[in-house]
Structure formats: structure tokens, C-alpha cells
Design a protein around this ligand. Structure first.
Ligand SMILES: Nc1ncnc2c1ncn2[C@@H]1O[C@H](COP(=O)(O)OP(=O)(O)O)[C@@H](O)[C@H]1O
Ligand SMILES: [Mg+2]
Length: 255
């Protein structure tokens, strides 16, 4: 399964990627987390790794070189990439969990993020997963990645929805775009819900648009507080909730 975690900025994509990845790893899956958000710098901390991996962008000669190669068919060498073939330094990992990063925007006036979208698409397309492996992609905010075709290389899309109109609107757009390119599995997860009434309201809005909700996480103060230190502290209800989300996903996934 290659699952792209999408949604509005700040809705909780990285948090849910980290929680889902740890839960899947604890169940015996080997998990590859793909950081495809060029503006995100701290995903490695959520897994308690000391450093971020060297971005795959460097493997293909850096951003300028990739910009020149963008239209070419084989940006990444070979017909397929197994997780065991990702060169040392370009992944961080331990105990069945690996993290790779596509690339980052580090300077102003560096140019647009298109090359990174193209590299994400090519990497995910060639990524050859084994039966016991799952790839979870931490996608950039919004919908631009659809324009770059990144989702043509995944089989599942999980939309993170926080209780705001904007987040619901982005979810609708993502659902339509994902449907349009024929993705078989499209789900939403409600995040940061402060009450049952709010969850019912958001759920209703998504349902009216035909979006299937696979679970709900409440606003969790411990989780929020730990994020200020770049960490993820998941205890109690939130652990149960993410378990349910993964159960639903695994029971519904089709290739
Ligand atoms: N269920 C939750 N309860 C409390 N805070 C949350 C929850 N999910 C995410 N957050 C907080 O919201 C902020 C944005 O989350 P993040 O995962 O970085 O979003 P994104 O990756 O979508 O930009 C962080 O401070 C994070 O700790
Ligand atoms: Mg993020």
C-alpha cells in the first residue's frame, strides 16, 4: 500500500503520518515514511531520529540538475526501487521504520517546488514494496501536488480534516481530484475534534460530498504540547483512535 496523507496546512498531516507509521510498525509492518513536503523540516524529530536523511533530490544531482532533467523519462535509474536499495545516508531508520525525504526549500528565491513534485512522483512510481511493507507519504499542504501528478503513483489517499470550513473545502477538492485520476481508496480522518457535535457536523459535510470517513482523533493537549518540542506524545484515547483508523484502512484497502 502506498498511501498519501493530504489536507489543509496545519490540519495534522505530519502528526497523523507519524502516529500511523508507528502503529503500523508496531503491528509488524515495515514502514517507509516519505517526506514529500518541501516546507516541512521536522518530521525526523517525530521519530526521535537525530538528523533528517539527505534528500533524494541530492541523489539526482540537486534541484538545478533535476530541473533540466524534468521532462526525461528516467530521472531515477532502473525500473524499480526496493526499500533495501535506497542508498545509505538517504534514509534514516530503525526497528522497521524508514524515513526518506524528497527535498526542501531552504533559501528564498530558490524557485518553485515543481522539481520536487516530479521527483516524488517518479520515486513513488518506481518504489517496489514487499507484501509486509507500507509507504506513508507526508504530502505538502493543499492540492498542487495533484497538478504535478504525484498521486498517479499511489493507491490510497487519506485526507486529514480539521474542524474548519477551509479544511472541508480542501478535502472536497482533494476527493474530486483523487477520484478524477482513478485512485481506488479515498478516505478522510477527522482530526482535532473538540466535541461530538463538532465531529457530527464535519462528518455530515464530508458525507454530503460522498467522502468516506475512517475515523476520528480528538484535540489532544498532550499531543499538541509535545509538538512544541518537535516530538509526538501519544497516550490513551489518541492511541486507541489511531488503531481504529489503521484497522479501517487495512480492512478496506483495495489495490
Ligand atoms: N489531534 C490533535 N490534537 C492536538 N493537536 C494536534 C492534533 N493533530 C495535530 N495537532 C497539532 O496541530 C499542529 C499542526 O499539526 P501538523 O501535523 O504539523 O500539521 P500539518 O502537517 O498538516 O501541517 C501541531 O502543533 C500539532 O501538534
Ligand atoms: Mg506537516
Amino acid at each position: 500500500m502506498k498511501i498519501s496523507v493530504c489536507g489543509k496546512g496545519g490540519s495534522g498531516k505530519s502528526t497523523i503520518v507519524a502516529l500511523l507509521a508507528k502503529e503500523a510498525r508496531d503491528r509488524g509492518y515495515r514502514v517507509l515514511v516519505v517526506d514529500s513536503d518541501e516546507s516541512n523540516t521536522g518530521l525526523f524529530r517525530m521519530f526521535s531520529f537525530n538528523n533528517a536523511p539527505v534528500p533524494l533530490m541530492e541523489l539526482v544531482g540537486g534541484k538545478r540538475s533535476l530541473q533540466r532533467k524534468m521532462g526525461q523519462p528516467n530521472i531515477l535509474k532502473g525500473t524499480s526501487i526496493k526499500t533495501s536499495q535506497i542508498p545509505e545516508g538517504y534514509w534514516m531508520g530503525k526497528d522497521g521504520l524508514m524515513l526518506v525525504s524528497i527535498g526542501k526549500i531552504l533559501q528564498s528565491l530558490e524557485g518553485c517546488a515543481c522539481p520536487m513534485g516530479v521527483l516524488s512522483r517518479e520515486f513513488l512510481k518506481k518504489l517496489d514494496l514487499q507484501e509486509d511493507e507500507i509507504a506513508i507519504i507526508d504530502m505538502e499542504a493543499g492540492v498542487e501536488h495533484f497538478g504535478r501528478g504525484v498521486e498517479t503513483s499511489v493507491d490510497s489517499v487519506l485526507i486529514v480534516v480539521e474542524p474548519s470550513l477551509e479544511s472541508i473545502e480542501v478535502a472536497k477538492k482533494i476527493n474530486d481530484l483523487a477520484k478524477g485520476i482513478g485512485i481506488s481508496n479515498i478516505w478522510a480522518v477527522l482530526n482535532k475534534m473538540a466535541s461530538d457535535d463538532i465531529a457530527t457536523k464535519v462528518n455530515g459535510a464530508l458525507k454530503r460530498h460522498g467522502i468516506h470517513v475512517v475515523g476520528r482523533l480528538n484535540f489532544d493537549t498532550g499531543l499538541f504540547e509535545s509538538s512544541i518540542d518537535g516530538k509526538i506524545l501519544a497516550e490513551g484515547k489518541v492511541v486507541e483512535d489511531i488503531r481504529e483508523v489503521l484497522d479501517s484502512i487495512l480492512s478496506q484497502v483495495t489495490k
